[in-house]
Write a protein that binds this ligand. Structure first.
Ligand code: PMP
Length: 300
């Protein structure tokens, strides 16, 4: 791979030089926020929605962003350009910054800002054709009134615990329930179940992040004539659904064919999931902002 340029507090540095103090409160306390965004054929997918979510997260935890949304957008575009990638994953991290060993965020005068752009392949291509096997795990989604999942914060420990449980069960992804036993979401993706021609996905108050891929899928499903309901459901509803799929920036739209040993539908990705994936792939380029202006017409 040619040189990878990482944006770090006003400079572009190599991976080896992208270093942050051990007194950074993101490192010490998970005090910070992040975003994951995709670039498809030189188009950044739904940049505005990601920026809005980032700034809402910052507002909620009173983190002073050192740039306006417009400046931040330009920095992200510049980082993609510098790395000369047309299909990539962008990770933005904004931490509270360097302070002392105490918790007090008021002792951190400057946020640390990092933008990383990398090529990405989360699940192998065959898995999109075969579908995923997942399990539900003991780790519960944190309650929205304790730490709102709407804040995409650096507190991902329970999501990490979900990944550990998935590994122990020999599967690549797992489902979290909320404290009342309703299905919330995966470790880094939202869930949809399909019953007849109705799509169901858990509402935000159950403990799901309001994913940007989830929003895109809700729009696509509506346009294709499906009914979409945001309502709580249980594991039983997942086991007995006609189809199940997960959505996320990294995962895109991926069918689930087995949950806790129960085969979903016919055990292969269903027709409705495939319809959504097809439309989603068409939309990702159309809904993006172009990075490489002058060459964009040659790409898609
Ligand atoms: N839930 C969690 C916990 C996540 O981390 C993610 C990934 N951002 C999602 C859902 C999916 O959200 P999006 O479609 O915005 O990537």
């Amino acid at each position: 791979m040619p040189d990878q340029w990482i944006y770090l507090n006003g400079e572009f540095v190599t991976k080896e030089n992208a270093k942050i103090s051990v007194y950074d409160h993101g490192f010490l306390y998970g005090d910070g926020i992040f975003e994951g965004i995709r670039v498809y054929s030189g188009n950044i997918f739904r940049m505005e929605e990601h920026m809005d979510r980032l700034y809402r997260s910052a507002k909620s935890i009173m983190l002073n962003m050192p740039h306006s949304k417009e400046e931040f957008t330009d920095l992200v575009v510049e980082t993609v350009e510098r790395n000369q990638l047309r299909d990539a994953y962008i990770r933005i991290v904004v931490s509270r910054g360097v302070g002392d060993l105490g918790l007090d965020p008021y002792k951190c005068p400057n946020a640390n800002v990092v933008i990383i752009v990398e090529p990405l392949a989360i699940f192998p291509k065959e898995l999109y054709e075969r579908g995923l096997e997942i399990v539900t795990v003991a780790t519960r989604r944190n309650r929205p009134d304790v730490l709102s999942p709407k804040v995409k914060s650096l507190n991902y420990l329970n999501n990490v615990l979900v990944k550990i449980e998935a590994h122990l069960a020999n599967v690549s992804e797992a489902l979290m329930l909320n404290d009342q036993g309703y299905v919330a979401e995966g470790s880094a993706d939202n869930i949809f179940i399909v019953r007849g021609s109705t799509f169901l996905t858990p509402p935000g108050y159950v403990g799901a992040l309001e994913g940007i891929t989830r929003n895109a899928v809700i729009e696509i499903a509506g346009k294709l004539g499906y009914e979409v309901k945001e309502e709580p459901f249980t594991r039983h509803d997942v086991y007995t659904a006609d189809e199940v799929f997960l959505t996320g920036t990294a995962a895109e739209v991926i069918a689930v064919v087995k949950v806790d040993g129960r085969v979903i539908g016919n055990g292969v990705p269903g027709e409705h999931t495939k319809n959504i994936l097809k439309e989603f792939r068409a939309k990702v380029v159309a809904d993006g902002i172009q990075v490489y202006q002058e060459k964009a017409h040659q790409v898609s």
